[in-house]
Design a protein around this ligand. Structure first.
Ligand SMILES: Nc1ncnc2c1ncn2[C@@H]1O[C@H](COP(=O)(O)OP(=O)(O)OP(=O)(O)O)[C@@H](O)[C@H]1O
Ligand SMILES: [Mg+2]
Length: 252
C-alpha cells in the first residue's frame, strides 16, 4: 500500500479515450482491493460520472460561485460553509468517491475561493489510496493549483502518427507544470489488431488498449463503460496497467 495517495492524471487530445481509460482504471483499482479510490473529473465538460454509472448533482465550480455569492447561514463563517458544501458535492459510491471540478474560473477574481477549494481537495485526498483525474489536454485545474501535481501523467493517444504531435504538446505543458519526465507515460488507445507500432521516440507506451466492441456497445446503449464485461479486451489491458501502476506506486 502506498504511504500516501498515488495520483494519476489522464490527459490527451479530445476523443482519444481519457474518460474511458480513467473509469476503467478506477474500476481496476477497486477490483485489486486498492480502495477507496477517488475519481476527479477535471474536464469542464464533465462526464466521468456517466462512465462510472453515478449521478453528480453539483460541480465544485458551480458550488464555488454559489457559496461566494449568497448569504451564508447564521452561525457559520465562509470557510466552514465552503467546507460543508464541498463535502456535499462529493459523490459517495461503492469503493470510490467522485468529485467533479467544473469550470476552473468564473468572471471575477477567484483566488480566495480557489485557495479554499485546493485546501479542501488536499484534505480530502489524504483519505484515498489512489486518485484518478480525468483532465483535458490543457490540464487547467492543475496549472491553477486547484488540484496538486500528479505522481503520474498518462497521455492517452490514438496509435496513429497524428497522435504524436499531441503527445509532444502535452509533454511540453506537463514540463511547464513542473512534472518530471519519468512521471509521464503514453497509453495507446483504440489499437487495431495488426496495426504497425508507432515510434514514440525510443520509449515504449506503458499500455496498449485495443479497440473494443464492448466499449462501443456501452457507448451506443448509454450504459456505464467502466462496467463492460471483465474479460473484454480494453478492460483486461487497463487491469494490467493498474497492476503495473500499483507496482510503481509501491516502489516510491
Ligand atoms: N478502446 C476503445 N475501443 C472502442 N471505442 C473506444 C475505446 N476507447 C474509447 N472509445 C470510444 O471513443 C469515444 C471517445 O472516448 P472518451 O469519451 O473516453 O474520450 P475522451 O478523450 O474522454 O473524450 P473528450 O475529449 O470528449 O472528453 C467514445 O465514443 C468511446 O466509446
Ligand atoms: Mg472525456
Amino acid at each position: 500500500m502506498p504511504p500516501h495517495p498515488f495520483t494519476i492524471a489522464v490527459s490527451g487530445k479530445g476523443g482519444t479515450g481519457k474518460t474511458t481509460i480513467s473509469s476503467l482504471l478506477l474500476r481496476s483499482f477497486i477490483a485489486l482491493g486498492e480502495t477507496p479510490v477517488l475519481a476527479v473529473d477535471a474536464d469542464p465538460n464533465a462526464n466521468l460520472h456517466e462512465a462510472l454509472g453515478v449521478a453528480v448533482h453539483e460541480t465544485l465550480g458551480s458550488m464555488r460561485e454559489e457559496a461566494f455569492s449568497r448569504n451564508i447561514p447564521p452561525g457559520m463563517n465562509r470557510h466552514d460553509y465552503v467546507r460543508f458544501r464541498f463535502r456535499q458535492a462529493l459523490v459517495e459510491a461503492e469503493g470510490f468517491d467522485l468529485v467533479a471540478m467544473g469550470r476552473p474560473e468564473g468572471t471575477g477574481c477567484y483566488c480566495f475561493a480557489n485557495d479554499l477549494l485546493s485546501e479542501c481537495m488536499k484534505q480530502l485526498e489524504r483519505d484515498y489510496r489512489f486518485i484518478v483525474i480525468d483532465t483535458e489536454a490543457g490540464m487547467e485545474h492543475i496549472s491553477r493549483g486547484t488540484i496538486g501535481k500528479p505522481d503520474m501523467l498518462l497521455i492517452v493517444s490514438d496509435p496513429g502518427a497524428r497522435g504524436l504531435r499531441t503527445i509532444a504538446r502535452i509533454r511540453e505543458i506537463a514540463t511547464q507544470l513542473g512534472l518530471e519526465k519519468e512521471k509521464i507515460h503514453v497509453v495507446f488507445n483504440m489499437y487495431k489488431t495488426g496495426a504497425a507500432p508507432v515510434d514514440i521516440g525510443g520509449e515504449l507506451p506503458i499500455a496498449v488498449v485495443p479497440e473494443d466492441p464492448s466499449v462501443e456497445k456501452a457507448d451506443l446503449a448509454a450504459s456505464p463503460v467502466s462496467l463492460i464485461p471483465s474479460d473484454s479486451p480494453a478492460r483486461v489491458a487497463v487491469r494490467e496497467l493498474a497492476e503495473r501502476i500499483r507496482g510503481m506506486a509501491g516502489e516510491r
